[in-house]
Design a binder for this molecule. Structure first.
Ligand code: AMP
Length: 379
């Protein structure tokens, strides 16, 4: 086993968002130093870091300086260019490796990888011209979803096509560039598995999480998804297989669609801590953030056991529409934990924070989390 980077070492994080913030929080608790680089200032990660560097990801001079000043580097933002991680890898270990990010940040590459390695994936066709889109529609049928190959998240760069008359508008709306056309899956539920893999290949996971989306954005996550055992086992096996194939060191999330007939399909992968794993911060022996730190530093991985039933709900900027939400009202339930990311500007759809609630079981926890959120804006 490669020697471990012990507490006191410096972890670099490319990206300045909430995923970096929570990773920084776990890292600092373990006694690591944290540096972050992103184009922003006073970022959610920067607020908790020892050093915040403000630079564009394609400023390779800044990236080399940054990489030289840390003992290991990770990323919390999926659209960091390959040239950036390639540059950083010359000076310090990047975990997960830049090539993992390269596969996952582009839907075409991601689907090619999944198909080539025999993992189940939503039926799709690659599309790069209007003509090809026409053939793809004929091949996979409608309804379907057209998605840009790169830079898409939370439903951005996506258009649902339900009839031939909508094809032109969909093509224009995604910017007429590289894309994939997928079958619109009539799923029973959406689930995710967050895996963590150490430098020695040890694999841990937090089980299967049930996810509810609103307007294509994650809304509620509940651990211990009530899905049949074969689907549960398959979801974990697929996640482990993906992480082994890509030789991932660190945390990676796989999002799945589960159909009523039990068929499981990978929707997408994210090679970093994931919103559907935020409950682990409060509810698990080891959170996804601490596990990320342990994995990239070559420490033994911690237990992922759930301490008690919990559920998470996201807090989007929309909650600020009528002014500051009523935080005291949400915290009246003493089994509610509030996380705010320190973002200065609340915009509709922007992830500003989340709530984790505990309950007698997961559904009770879900109810309490939703009630706490409703209390934020109750008259
Ligand atoms: P994505 O950005 O690909 O994760 O999509 C965001 C959300 O849109 C997913 O979590 C689903 O709720 C929905 N969605 C995306 N692709 C499909 C699909 N092929 N079939 C059905 N729903 C989809």
């Amino acid at each position: 086993m490669t020697h471990a980077l012990l507490p006191g070492a410096t972890i670099g994080i490319l990206g300045g968002g909430q995923l970096g913030r929570m990773t920084a929080s776990a890292a600092r608790r373990l006694g690591y130093r944290v540096h972050t680089l992103s184009p922003g200032t006073d970022t959610p990660t920067g607020q908790l870091a020892d050093r915040e560097i403000t630079a564009d990801y394609d400023d390779l001079n800044a990236v080399s300086d940054f990489a030289r000043g840390v003992d290991v580097l990770t990323f919390e933002f999926e659209n960091v260019p390959s040239a950036t991680t390639d540059c950083a890898e010359r000076y310090t270990p990047v975990r997960p490796a830049g090539r993992v990010l390269h596969v996952c940040q582009n839907r075409t590459r991601e689907k090619r990888f999944l198909t080539a390695n025999g993992f189940p994936v939503t039926p799709f066709r690659e599309v790069n011209t209007r003509n090809r889109l026409g053939s793809a529609v004929r091949a996979i049928g409608l309804p379907a979803v057209l998605k840009t190959a790169g830079f898409g998240y939370d439903g951005k760069g996506q258009a649902v096509i339900r009839s031939d008359s909508e094809v032109d508008a969909a093509w224009a709306s995604i910017g007429a560039g590289d894309a994939v056309l997928e079958t619109l899956v009539d799923f029973q539920c959406e689930v995710s598995v967050i895996g963590a893999r150490g430098v020695d290949g040890t694999f841990t996971h937090w089980g299967v999480v049930a996810n509810e989306h609103r307007n294509h954005i994650l809304d509620v996550s509940i651990p211990g998804a009530a899905v049949p055992a074969p689907a549960r086992e398959r979801a974990v096996d697929v996640t482990r297989g993906i992480m082994d194939s890509l030789d991932v060191v660190g945390v990676l999330c796989v999002e799945f669609f589960l159909r009523a007939d039990g068929e499981l399909m990978v929707n997408e992968m994210a090679p970093r801590p994931h919103n559907s794993g935020h409950f682990t911060f409060d509810a698990s022996v080891t959170s996804q953030f601490e596990q990320q730190v342990r994995a990239i530093c070559g420490l033994p991985l911690g237990s992922t056991e759930l301490l008690r039933p919990a559920a998470m709900v996201n807090l989007l900027g929309d909650l600020w529409a009528a002014g500051e939400p009523n935080w005291s009202a949400a915290l009246r339930d003493s089994y509610v934990k509030l996380h705010l990311y320190g973002k200065n500007e609340a915009k509709p759809g922007r992830k500003m924070g989340h709530i984790v609630a505990f309950g007698s079981d997961h559904m009770d926890a879900r109810k309490r989390a939703l009630e706490a959120r409703a209390a934020l804006t109750a008259a």
